[in-house]
Design a protein around this ligand. Structure first.
Ligand SMILES: *Cc1c(COP(=O)(O)O)cnc(C)c1O
Length: 376
């Protein structure tokens, strides 16, 4: 068999910056600066600038980032927060963890994203915020969403765990809502060498509250005064050093993903339908997701696997039908539910070659042709 086509290729990513990572690790051991420190401060400044946001607070992971934002906004029991049915479970978890109620809404069938239209009917007196998930690397249409939320006094929180570097009408993900949560889980577009996360915001007071709450409620610049109930969710010094090294390459790596996506769009056979990249959006293609509309997913998946092509599903079970979020008279969301059984994530990473994309598309074409001739 020919070489496998990897779904994700962190080994190549890291080999491109390996000497710098080795040096960062050596320095971490030399200085024993493991939690916080110089690299955390520098990374926060650099990542805020990258996101075109005024403030950045490094935290333990992306889920904590979202939870800390909700907590700092004093969202809790009795409050409702609107969440897309089709997202990673963490978006809804963060809402439930602060005691608020996630209210799920469906997504647009062409983008898999929430819109002003899908959100508006779900807004009630109790709605405090919407989680705008920039799913698969593409931003939500923020203008439409804000036009619906602002007049209702509903805050828009960006879940940008899949959106590092994405833009909407030239504005960067992480700069458009009241605050944004980022994940640096290793497989994300900007990944640490372990868990990590950040909050970006243009609100100075909010940034301060989050920084304090993420560090045991310490009054800033004091050691022993804990003025609010906090917790421990901090970014490690070594992770920040690694993230600084990788942030410098992020635009180039995102461009590699965009090139691969453009080739997929060119070579995909007709019955494999990719999500639309909106004219005003610039996706960073965290994932390249297609819907299989003619051949069932198991058949397609088996054919890919037989050719050594790795693939995934994001996500096979919408959040509202995951056990912790089921309620009596559970609502149904037709788009999310229908697409959950069709979607396939094809290999996508910065180093995917044109030949690899063509190989994937050739397998899909042969699966489609076989189905056509069986039907004839
Ligand atoms: C990864 C992810 C998260 C959670 O990030 P962690 O760092 O794994 O906690 C939240 N939301 C979305 C959409 C994600 O993809």
């Amino acid at each position: 068999m020919t070489n496998p086509v990897k779904f994700l290729d962190l080994h190549t990513t890291h080999s491109q910056v390996r000497p710098a990572l080795d040096e960062a690790w050596n320095q971490a051991l030399e200085t024993s600066g493991f939690v916080g420190g110089k690299h955390v401060d520098l990374f926060e400044a650099e990542f805020a600038a990258y996101c075109e946001a005024d403030y950045c607070v490094g935290v333990g992971n992306g889920t904590d980032a979202l939870e800390l934002i909700l907590d700092a906004l004093e969202i809790g029991p009795g409050d409702e927060v609107i969440v897309p049915a089709n997202t990673f479970i963490a978006t809804a978890e963060a809402v439930a963890r602060v005691g608020a109620t996630p209210i799920f809404v469906d997504v647009d069938p062409t983008t898999a994203l929430i819109t002003g239209e899908t959100v508006a009917p779900a807004i009630t007196e109790r709605t405090k915020a919407v989680m705008a998930v920039h799913l698969y690397g593409q931003t939500v249409n923020m203008d439409d969403l804000l036009a619906v939320c602002d007049p209702a006094g509903v805050k828009v929180i960006e879940d940008s765990a899949q959106g590092h570097g994405a833009t909407w009408r030239g504005r960067r993900a992480g700069s458009m809502g009241i605050a944004a949560g980022f994940s640096f889980y290793p497989g994300k577009n900007l990944g640490a060498l372990g868990d990590g996360g950040a909050v970006t915001t243009n609100d100075a007071a909010l940034a301060e509250v989050i920084r304090s709450k993420a560090n045991h409620g310490r009054k800033l610049d004091t050691k022993y005064e804990h003025h609010v109930l906090g917790r421990n969710s901090r970014l490690d010094g070594f992770q920040a050093a690694a993230l600084r090294i990788k942030l410098a390459e992020l635009d180039r790596w995102n461009e590699g993903r965009r090139n691969a996506a453009a080739l997929y769009r060119k070579f995909l056979p007709e019955s494999f339908v990719p999500y639309v990249e909106m004219e005003d959006a610039k996706s960073v293609y965290h994932l390249f997701v297609v819907r299989t509309t003619k051949v069932d997913r198991d058949t397609v998946g088996a054919a890919l696997q037989a050719e050594g092509i790795q693939w995934g599903i994001h996500y096979p079970i919408p959040c509202h039908i995951q056990v912790p979020f089921m309620v009596e008279d559970n609502p149904t969301f037709p788009v999310s539910e229908e697409q959950a059984v069709q979607i396939m994530s094809l290999p996508m990473h910065p180093h995917l070659t044109p030949a690899e994309v063509e190989r994937v598309c050739a397998v899909l074409a042969s699966v489609e042709a076989a189905a056509d001739s069986a039907a004839a």
